[in-house]
Design a protein around this ligand. Structure first.
Ligand SMILES: O=c1ccn([C@@H]2O[C@H](COP(=O)(O)O)[C@@H](O)[C@H]2O)c(=O)[nH]1
Length: 232
C-alpha cells in the first residue's frame, strides 16, 4: 500500500467550480481530498475519477449504511473509481461490514475500508437522546471492536479516542479523525475535537479537516500552517 497523506481536506461545497477552486489552492502531493455527500451528490463520480487520475489520494466519505448486499455493491463502485479510502457505518453490523470487506477482495489495490463509529458532532447527551446509554468513548470502542472483528482496516472516530483505541485494538488498526480544530478556530457543530498536533501525538493515522481550511480567508496559508504544525 502506498503511503497516504496525513491530512485529507474536506471539500464540502456544491459546485465543480468551487471544488476546482479549492483544489487549486492546496499543495499538490501533500494533502488528500475528502469527498463527502454534499459534493458527491452535486457533481458525481467523474470529477472524483479526474482527481484520482491527476494524482490525488481521495477519501470517498459516503458512510454507506444499508443491507449487506447493497453496501457490498456500493463499496465496489467506490473501488472502481480508484479512491484510497471508503467508509461504511459500523452500526450496520458485522454481517454488513464483512460483506463489504469480502466484496473488495477481487481488487488488486482495494481501498482502505473504514467504519464510522460515533460521529464527531455527537456528545454523550446526543447518544442518550437516540437511546444509547453508553458514553461516546464506550460506544466508539464497542463499534471499533465489531469493525476489527469484521476485518475492516480501521475506523472513523475522534482523535480524543485515539490513544484508547490504539492500545485496545492495536497500532495497525487505522484511525481516521475528523473534528480537527487548530487552536482558536471555531468548533461549529463538532463536539469531540482536538488540534492537529494533539491528534498526531495521540496516534491518529489520517485527519480530516474542512472549514478551518476551506472557510479561511487564505486556504493555502491555513493548510501550510497546519502541515507545519504537524511536521509535514
Ligand atoms: O464523525 C464524523 C464523520 C465525518 N465527518 C466529516 O468530516 C468533515 C469535517 O469537516 P469540518 O468542516 O472540519 O468540521 C465533514 O465533511 C464531515 O461530513 C465528521 O465531521 N465527523
Amino acid at each position: 500500500m502506498m503511503v497516504l497523506p496525513k491530512v485529507y481536506v474536506a471539500l464540502d461545497c456544491q459546485t465543480q467550480e468551487e471544488a476546482d477552486n479549492l483544489v487549486s489552492k492546496l499543495p499538490a502531493g501533500k494533502v488528500g481530498l475528502k469527498v463527502g455527500k454534499e459534493l458527491f451528490t452535486a457533481i458525481g463520480p467523474d470529477w472524483v475519477k479526474k482527481q484520482v487520475a491527476q494524482g490525488f489520494s481521495v477519501f470517498l466519505d459516503l458512510k454507506f449504511h444499508d443491507i449487506p448486499n447493497t453496501v457490498a455493491k456500493a463499496v465496489t463502485s467506490a473501488a472502481k473509481m480508484g479512491v484510497d479510502i471508503v467508509n461504511v457505518h459500523a452500526s450496520g453490523g458485522t454481517e454488513m461490514m464483512s460483506a463489504a470487506k469480502d466484496a473488495l477482495k477481487p481488487f488488486e489495490k482495494p481501498p482502505l475500508l473504514i467504519a464510522v463509529t460515533v460521529l464527531t458532532s455527537m456528545s454523550d447527551a446526543d447518544l442518550a437522546e437516540v437511546g444509547i446509554q453508553l458514553t461516546a468513548e464506550q460506544q466508539v470502542l464497542k463499534l471499533a471492536k465489531l469493525a476489527h472483528q469484521s476485518g475492516l482496516d480501521g475506523v472513523v472516530c475522534s482523535a480524543q479516542e485515539a490513544k484508547m483505541l490504539k492500545s485496545s485494538i492495536g497500532t495497525s488498526f487505522k484511525l481516521v479523525t475528523p473534528g480537527i480544530r487548530p487552536a482558536n478556530s471555531a468548533a461549529g457543530d463538532q463536539k469531540r475535537v482536538m488540534t492537529p498536533a494533539e491528534a498526531i501525538e495521540a496516534g491518529v493515522d489520517y485527519m480530516v479537516i474542512g472549514r478551518p481550511i476551506t472557510q479561511a480567508g487564505d486556504p493555502t496559508a491555513a493548510i501550510t500552517e497546519i502541515l507545519s504544525s504537524i511536521g509535514e
